[in-house]
Design a protein around this ligand. Sequence first.
Ligand code: CO
Length: 292
Amino acid sequence: MINLIHALPLIEGLPAAGDAADIQSLLEHGHVAYFPALEFAIERHEKSLFSGRLSEPRFRNIQLHPWDTSLRHLVCNDQDRLLLQGLLGRFARFARQLVETLLPAYAPHLFPAATGFHPVDVESRPTGMSNDEARLHVDSFPRNPTGGRRLLRVFSNVNPHGAPRVWRLGEPFPSFAAKFHSRLHAPFPLWPECLHALGITKSRRSPYDHLMLQLHDRVKADIEYQRHAPQLDFAFPPGSTWIAFTDQVLHAAMAGQFLLEQTFYLPPQAVRETEESPLQVLENLCGRRLLN
Ligand code: CO
């Protein structure tokens, strides 16, 4: 199993000469760009958000959407709500500035999606087959078809007690997809239209989205694969930041508490080296186009 984590030192917020051009290429080949010393600082008045109230399982995943400044799925007091809005807004700006600096070719194409705060200890989460983040998977969202857009995500471990965020990383996307391809099937005729008409998906699910969702579900359900497939655990310490295409990188969250993350959508034409991108790999395996 090759190490897919690339540690990149930053000098005054910028990558060392020579690294700058490589970051985009690393990401497009399914690697994780890891910045060990890039800390997203928590301000003193925000410390109360880490004190325990938000650590109950019902706060598993707190999200702020750019088009809607209210916090979804959140029942908490007004003071926490304001603090969270401030924290998530600041992290969204931090993540955007980071991507624009390190990946200038992506800058004009970035579409910010949700900003998330994960205050709950991974190991205390209830486990279940399809929602189990501790099983290797590629990201695909049942309600939000991407239509081929890529999922670029920025993560910062902001744990105030020294606990690392432990990820498990799997094999590269092309070999993973080749193993599962024979078990995937095309959607039934008119099924995508039904899902959309019923409001189950927010837009029509393309054949590509249909296959990606199956990959997500099949790999999580395959206990043999989870046990024996190539894998490597990596601990991201507090005060570190990392970036990955999570629709391409097989990953699982094994341990940790207090994570910030920002998701960006990126149109497929913004990606320069596409030979390992999920769309290209699946189209090659299927022998046909998958966006329509
Ligand atoms: Co994931």
